[in-house]
Design a protein around this ligand. Structure first.
Ligand code: ADP
Ligand code: MG
Length: 702
């Protein structure tokens, strides 16, 4: 930030925002674009031409020389290909050009992006199409245009297209319900998302010395440090000066891009932190989260840090997640999950609450799947993150209200009480009527739901595609039931649908501790799924029920679902394959190097000692040497097993079978090998190891 620039000056300074458009576009063009954004209508080419001209001028004024269609292929990352604005003239000069056609459509070669069999490599063509609902921005001298990415045949090859489709489905069904409830002025409902992002910051030089972090994002071996997170001294702790400088710089970079980052703090594990933006329209929030992750890494590099976004970079301490806060808002500004002062009399709130409850219960399996990755499998159920069982927490007050609805009994609302803190100097604060539950995967937090299962490195697109679509379907069913009951007293009909929906789906509600073994048993009794791993969950993606849901609402075709199934499975096996190879290399070379060097010195010292003290009763050196020698034998046996099994895995052609083998055999081999190396590592002085230990990495930040 230049000296004295205020937040309001830098905020959004690199964004082709609504304000910039209003200033720079002819009135009728601005109105047309605004209508497209607000109502999701189609945009004409002459309008696009006019927008392109204004965009180009604005971008050049802000130092851009190139533009790029920016998209989100199924790698989970973002992709970009840059083209210059420049166009040479016959007289040797250049002019800067950018047409409406270039703004609206791009044609990247799609053959090297995962398509899960949707396209053969010889059909290389793919298209990117401008998404006017997410603002363009400038980064590194290029104008970035958010786009959707599809195949020549129109099938989606990205995460944005189905997300936009799901937002439309949700809007359609929510508006239909609201019209039934008498809200005639509502014509659009938007999903809103605020995603809290956890991450680790570690010293860059240490990071570079570990192949496992470099290649896989997580440590594959490493004995625990003597200190972990048990003192609970890091959570919300004072920010260290260098970390604080990083966060400050990061805030500013993100603000320039119009990303409303608001909150930052230290997290539970040492070197772990969190940031959170103010919520935005789902599509923009997803784009912004992708951008946030990228900028976090880039700024970290500048500060001599590495920013780790993996779900479980270190064994034995908490991993990182991404809480997806979600709600729905009408074009008239009503948050549909706001209970208001009197939730028991708020039919609108109750209807939408029931729709979410029904959606999460009915489609718990694909919701679980929407966050299923090799990395997140290490985190879910690890007594630090929600279990793999999906359940919902609504809190005591709402819980009591729901019970009274289910039982048809009376209900009186709890009053907000004032808290007595025992010191008159302190201000009076009111106590919320509901406490929090950190163990719940899907918790109601006042006027939104917080889905806590997504992993920290994941795009939140998938989770929200599933959530939007499932809620759209629940609303559709509820609307049908209400529409079919027209002849009755209307309110009666609505109340009956609320009660029926609740009765049918109450099993998903759980206010207790989700980390306990009792819950696992109780959930099984209730018939809730406990899908522990990617391969176990994957077949649900293409189950009849899932195909019905997604095709009915036009989110995915059967072909698109199949392709995503292939890609997810492949991603899982490739991830573990790379982990296995990396671990083999680290144990075979790096770890063995340290072990052998230490054993050699021990042997030499033992021999030296024997020469001086031939009748020493017990030699520490030889005892240690013996232990390490035993460990070395075991380690190299287990390494051979992992190596052989990985070879076997490479030969399995069927994607599902291969994923199962990686989960059941390779991961187990890696665990067994790790147990031995970690035990041995604990006996080897740090100086002998060619890579930094947990202690060095986790407690090195200043
Ligand atoms: P915490 O859950 O850590 O206490 P907050 O309650 O402050 O944090 O909010 C967490 C996130 O929820 C923030 O990103 C916030 O913007 C977002 N949020 C708040 N209201 C909504 C809403 N209506 N829809 C979606 N996200 C929301
Ligand atoms: Mg939260």
């Amino acid at each position: 930030m230049e000296k004295n620039a205020t937040v309001s000056e830098i905020y959004g300074s690199l964004v082709f925002s609504d304000r910039v458009m209003r200033e720079r576009l002819p009135k009728d063009v601005y109105r047309a674009v605004h209508k497209t954004i607000a109502n999701g209508t189609h945009l004409e080419l002459d309008v696009a031409n006019s927008v392109a001209a204004a965009m180009k001028e604005w971008a050049i004024e802000h130092g851009a020389t190139h533009f790029t269609h920016w998209f989100q292929p199924m790698t989970g990352l973002t992709a970009e290909k840059h083209d210059g604005f420049l166009s040479p003239e016959p007289d040797g000069s250049v002019i800067m050009e950018f047409s409406g056609k270039e703004l609206v459509k791009g044609e990247p070669d799609a053959s090297s992006f995962p398509s899960g069999g949707l396209r053969a490599t010889f059909e290389a063509r793919g298209y990117t199409a401008w998404d006017p609902s997410s603002p363009a921005f400038i980064k590194d001298g290029s104008l970035y245009i958010p786009t959707a990415f599809c195949a020549y045949t129109g099938e989606a090859l990205d995460k944005k297209t189905p997300l936009l489709r799901s937002m439309e489905a949700l809007s359609r069904e929510a508006v239909r319900m609201l019209k039934l409830l008498g809200y005639d002025d509502v014509n659009r409902v938007t999903a809103t998302i605020g995603s809290e992002q956890e991450y680790f910051l570690i010293d860059k030089d240490l990071y570079k010395k570990r192949k496992d972090l470099l290649f896989t994002g997580r440590t594959l071996i490493g004995a625990p440090a003597s200190k972990g997170q048990e003192m609970e001294d890091h959570y919300f702790g004072v920010l260290k000066p260098k970390v604080s400088a990083y966060m400050h710089d990061l805030d500013e970079e993100l603000w320039k891009l119009g990303i409303p980052i608001k909150t930052k703090h230290n997290e539970v594990a040492p070197s772990q932190h969190e940031l959170a933006p103010v919520f935005e329209t789902a599509n923009i929030a997803v784009d912004h989260n992708q951008l946030t992750m990228e900028v976090m890494k880039k700024v970290a590099d500048r500060h001599n840090y590495a920013c780790l976004l993996h779900e479980k970079p270190f064994e034995g301490i908490n991993g990182s997640g991404k809480h997806n806060n979600w709600s729905m808002v009408t074009n008239t500004g009503i948050n549909l999950l706001d209970p208001g002062r009197h939730p028991s009399g708020n039919l609108r709130f109750l209807v939408f609450l029931m729709a979410v409850i029904a959606a999460v219960d009915e489609y718990a399996d694909i919701l679980r799947l929407s966050v299923a990755t090799a990395g997140n499998d290490h985190r879910l159920g690890g007594n630090e993150a929600p279990p793999a069982i999906v359940s919902m927490f609504v809190g005591d007050e709402l819980g009591a209200l729901l019970t009274s609805i289910e039982e048809g009994s009376g209900f009186s609302e709890a009053k907000k009480t004032q808290m007595e803190m025992g010191a008159t100097v302190l201000p009076h604060i009111t106590r919320d009527t509901t406490d929090r539950n950190r163990t719940s995967p899907f918790a109601f937090t006042g006027n939104k739901f917080e889905f806590r299962m997504p992993g920290s490195s994941l795009s939140v697109a998938n989770a929200n595609i599933v959530l939007n679509t499932a809620v759209a379907e629940a609303l559709r069913q509820m609307s049908e039931a209400i529409e079919g009951a027209k002849e009755e007293d209307f309110e009666e009909a609505v109340r009956r649908v609320i009660k029926d929906t609740l009765t049918q789906h109450a099993r998903i509600l759980f206010n207790g501790n989700g980390y306990t073994e009792e819950w696992v048993e109780e959930a099984a009794r209730r018939g809730l799924d406990n899908l522990k791993s990617v391969p176990e969950a994957m077949p649900r993606w293409i189950s009849e029920k899932s195909v019905d849901l997604f095709t009915r609402h036009g989110i995915f075709t059967k072909g698109e679902l199949d392709s995503r199934y292939e890609i997810l499975l492949e991603n899982y096996t490739k991830t573990i394959h790379i982990e296995s190879l990396t671990m083999q290399e680290m144990v075979r070379k790096d770890f063995t190097e340290g072990l052998v060097a230490y054993m050699r010195d021990l042997a030499k010292e033992a021999a030296d000692k024997k020469a001086v003290l031939p009748d020493a009763a017990c030699s520490l050196e030889s005892a240690l040497l013996k232990t390490l020698d035993g460990a070395a034998g075991k380690i190299h046996e287990l390494l051979a097993v992992l190596t052989a099994d990985t070879k076997t895995a490479e030969g399995i052609a069927d994607a599902q079978e291969s994923a199962e083998f990686y989960e059941e055999t390779i991961l187990k081999d890696m665990e067994a090998l790790r147990a031995e190396t970690d035990a041995a590592e604990a006996l080897i002085p740090d100086a002998y190891l060619p890579y930094p230990t947990y202690g060095a990495i986790l407690f090195s930040l200043r």
